[in-house]
Ligand binder design. Structure first.
Ligand code: TGC
Ligand code: FAD
Length: 392
């Protein structure tokens, strides 16, 4: 892969809107990605292997629990810093950002928001350092966009629960030490349970043959009469709103992360277009390639403004789920479009692993599907503005 020459586009001087802490956090993550992710990620993606060697570095830049309070091992940062970290990591690779998103928003967040004090003390500090890694089991083979229909269930067996069922498409599952699992109790109410690797009857087979997120490990969670200690039930919240509340946090991070992937594609295409000559002049001097570049930077800039405003609203506790859906949907689609156009601008070279663009493009096909598909987020906006739900 070519050396990482990334220069971040900032067409509307967004830096002026960030405080010193935001810039420090962002620059630390940016430097780490250049040093630790860019040189190795293409090889790992080609081999379809997760680079475990980066876990320590992810913890060091505050990517595990950026907004979790420091007394539980988190970084105690605001939501804009969290978003900027996700942007920088996804600039390197969406699969690496996935690992950070899952650990922070889908494992640490529910334990922090819905867990008992004992659960917080036991798990959060170790999750923040990466000593423990987690995954989040909501999706099932027959229930993806409609998680409320889940069939994974547990029964009260006196001093413990017995859990049965299966989850599918679970990021980090093959190596996670713990899983936050959403399942129905005997009354049909959705609850969160912490299941630990090694519990008899619990297995995590890996999902192979992915053309997307190849540097992220994806798997199933199989529960065959797994005994779960009663103290592993998350007591703070139940119902579908509990897992969906975690998704709000992860979707917010993705709205920022996708910008990182788009910035990397744009920056690569711009540099290539200035250097690559055809018909006796740089392709950057042709109207058609300028159109692509001008539209890319326009869309990236709009997405940056959307994410920053959403971050401000989130910091004020005012961001709604529907606003988060709009940003996730818009920014991921934007990044996919940028990646597709940037890929074309590199001609044949665009399909090789010499450049990051094709990897970003394929990764983004997962990002536009997980955490709620493009269509589902449109329906969430539709419901919000009309008051009519059109899911079923
Ligand atoms: P609905 O009746 O609308 O809602 C049920 C209850 O949930 C509440 N609620 C929310 N609460 C918090 N945050 C949100 N975003 C919420 N959305 C809804 C709602 O108020 C209600 O509460 P209550 O108290 O009245 O019961 O539910 P529905 O069954 O009609 O479904 C709505 C729908 C389709 C929007 C929802 O199911 C949905 O978002 N589906 C998409 C599923 C999804 O996003 N799955 C993601 C799995 S995790 C993942 O992909 C991780 S990838 C990670 C990575 O690698 O980065
Ligand atoms: P389906 O729900 O079957 O949807 C298929 C198509 O139908 C989509 O285009 C969808 O938009 C459309 N559709 C569905 N309902 C409607 C409707 N009412 N109206 C119109 N169109 C509709 N899940 C987790 O729980 N944890 C994870 O860590 C996790 N990681 C993932 C990692 C990867 C790489 C991938 C690909 C997925 C991951 N997921 C995870 C699962 C992800 O959230 C689901 O794939 C996603 O929610 C969509 O569900 P589905 O794949 O079953 O598609």
């Amino acid at each position: 892969m070519k050396p990482d020459l990334f220069e971040a586009p900032d067409y509307y001087s967004m830096d002026d809107l960030l405080n010193e802490e935001h810039k420090l956090v962002r620059d630390t993550a940016r430097a780490w990605v250049k040093r630790a992710v860019s040189p190795i990620i293409e090889d790992y993606a080609q081999r379809a292997e997760f680079p475990k060697e980066i876990l320590h570095g992810l913890a060091e830049i505050g990517a595990f629990g950026p907004t979790i309070p420091e007394n539980y091992g988190g970084a105690g940062l605001d939501n804009i810093s969290y978003g900027l970290i996700m942007q920088e990591i996804e600039r390197g690779d969406s699969g690496v950002r996935s690992t950070a998103s899952v650990q922070s928003s889908l494992v640490m967040y529910p334990i922090w928001a819905y867990g008992s004090e004992e659960q917080k003390q036991k798990y959060l500090p170790k999750l923040a350092t990466g000593e423990l890694m987690g995954c989040f089991g909501l999706t099932e083979p027959n229930h993806g966009s409609n998680p409320g229909g889940m069939t994974t269930h547990f029964k009260d067996a006196g001093d413990h629960y017995v859990l049965n069922g299966a989850k599918m498409w679970i990021s980090n599952a093959p190596f996670a030490d713990i899983a936050v699992v959403w399942a129905k109790n005997e009354a049909g109410r959705i609850k969160g349970l912490i299941v630990e690797r090694g519990d008899p009857g619990f297995s995590t087979p890996e999902t192979h043959n992915k053309w997307s997120l190849r540097a992220s490990a994806t798997g199933e969670l199989i529960f065959d009469n797994v005994k779960v200690p009663k103290e592993n039930l998350l007591p703070g919240k139940d119902g579908l709103g509990a897992p969906l509340g975690c998704l709000d946090s992860a979707r917010y991070g993705i709205a920022w992360g996708a910008i990182g992937a788009a910035m990397d594609c744009y920056d690569t295409a711009l540099r290539y277009a200035k250097e690559r000559e055809q018909f006796g002049k740089p392709i950057a001097a042709t109207q058609l390639q300028q159109k692509k570049l001008a539209e890319m930077i326009t869309e990236i800039t709009k997405a940056q403004l959307l994410a920053l405003r959403l971050g401000q609203l989130k910091n004020e506790g005012k961001a709604t789920s529907a606003q988060i859906s709009m940003a996730k949907r818009n920014n991921v689609e934007m990044a996919l479009e940028v990646a597709r156009n940037a890929r074309q601008m590199l001609g044949g070279m665009g399909i090789t692993g010499e450049y990051s663009i094709m990897r970003h493009m394929m990764n983004l096909e997962s990002v536009v599907t997980y955490e709620g598909t493009h269509d589902i987020h449109l329906l969430i906006t539709g419901l919000d503005i009309t008051g009519h739900q059109a899911f079923s």
